[in-house]
Ligand binder design. Structure first.
Ligand code: DQA
Length: 144
């Protein structure tokens, strides 16, 4: 089983970026946590981050036939990107939406996710542990 973890804009700043909202873990620490877990479960995992919408679209497109599922924290593009939504639909690889913060408990503009309707499900509000929950959900999708 192969899982791709995609992270959108400003998530490279985790650890120093609004720690009260996003916690103190860096993206590198989250990556190590998932790599450990993936290794124990015999899952291949790839981890990427970009601040550019088009690059995230390219990675989603290229995931077809190469990954069994995608964990996607699209960050701010969650609330704006028709392009990411269309890429998910076009590619057909199951996507699990991930957020560190609870987007529904924050500003109103964050309540709407353009990608939610085309994702398998959404995990939001558990800090770095959201990624662990999403990883477990992706394993369960493939080995129910
Ligand atoms: C986020 C929530 C988004 O609203 C925000 O723009 C982010 C991070 C989260 O993980 O909580 O950059 O996706």
């Amino acid at each position: 089983m192969r899982v791709l973890v995609l992270n959108g804009p400003n998530l490279n700043l985790l650890g120093q970026r609004e720690p009260k909202v996003y916690g103190r873990h860096t993206l590198g620490e989250i990556e190590s946590m998932l790599r450990d877990r993936a290794m124990r479960r015999g899952v291949d995992i790839e981890f990427r981050q970009s601040n550019a919408e088009g690059e995230l679209v390219d990675w989603i497109q290229k995931a077809k036939g190469r990954f069994d599922s995608i964990l996607l924290n699209a960050a701010a593009y969650t609330h704006t990107s028709v392009a990411l939504r269309d890429a998910i639909t076009a590619t057909g690889v199951p996507v699990i939406e991930v957020h560190l913060s609870n987007i529904h408990a924050r500003e109103e503009f964050r309540h709407k996710s353009l990608i939610a309707p085309v994702c398998v499900g959404q995990i939001s509000g558990f800090g770095a542990f959201s990624y662990v929950l999403a990883f477990e959900a992706s394993v369960n999708l493939n080995e129910p």
